[in-house]
Design a binder for this molecule. Sequence first.
Ligand SMILES: Cc1ncc(COP(=O)(O)O)c(C=O)c1O
Length: 358
Amino acid sequence: MHKKLLIPGPTEVSKEILNEQTRYLIGHREKSFSDLYGGLTDKISKFFQLTDDYKPTVTTASGTLWFDIIGRSIVKEKALACVNGAFSKRCAQTLLSCGKETDILEVEMGKSIKPEMVAEKLATGKYDTLTVCHNETSTGVRSPVAQIGKLVREEYPDIIFAVDAVSSMAGDKTLPSEMNCDIIFGSTQKCFALPPGLAVALVSNRAIERAKNVPNRGAYTDLVDIFEFEKKHQTPFTPNISLLYALDKRMDLLLEETYDNVYKRHLDMANFTQKWANKHFSMFPEAGYESITVSCINNTICKDVKELNQRLAERGYMISGGYGKLADKTFRIGHMGEWTLAGIKDLTLAIDEIWGLQ
Ligand SMILES: Cc1ncc(COP(=O)(O)O)c(C=O)c1O
């Protein structure tokens, strides 16, 4: 039996989207490709309400590629990487492994990054790049990126602010103009509800200009090259054309639903899940900073989540255990992409029945 995915990525993908990938291939230097890709990036610009200050791109690689792009094409002298979970830690480690000096501002798992913490570090004047994870999927914590971005914009205009929105873009609010960021990226297997393999990124002209002055940008990680090809509605290397067809369809559906309604649908699912979790368990993230695309719930009744998943599988569902050290202490429900409140209600009802929750 097919298990519907309520894990925080990959998420459930509809047949309608899956079928888009069965189209015949086209050459990526043909006009037909530029028509497809140019049309797709126009739809992305429209959905994320891009001003002339930003450009969209779609890379054939999952979101992690953007850690490398930031490391290779953006950091000049020194970065400040904010860490509050497994993925933000991976970002920090990637910058270091790209050979870039990086200071780490780390808070305990479950906590968010706060503007005042960032302000204190930036006041040292040592940094040209700042990275923050908007939605820490490992802990279900949402950091106040818009406020952090406001601080950077107003006081440190030379800093390039890059935001990992891998598990929140196209679900939560991620308009670059509202986030006051230079780079924001998301992976297709999360809120875009596509198979894995692409990342959507929105990049400021300032970031592209910065990249021109950063040496040793590599090939796949050369931001300047990426946007040179964008001018021709092409990508520097052979892209995953089948997935681009699927993303083009997804953007049609997102535009039809509208940005505001997509956000509201995710918020409704999050509010319902949090209420349910607080009735029977408790939420892992500090109050007020809960993700709206993935709920990380304390397993306060110490039940076996693996066994729960086996029982849920019989009903055609799959949720996720806790991440890494949080494996037995928490469990996670991904409510992103195509999911609706009705689906989340069915899932929680199934958990109520299996665990005998009243
Ligand atoms: C917040 C966050 N950042 C980065 C990543 C890595 O993204 P990908 O697996 O698409 O490379 C993930 C994956 O789950 C994530 O949740």
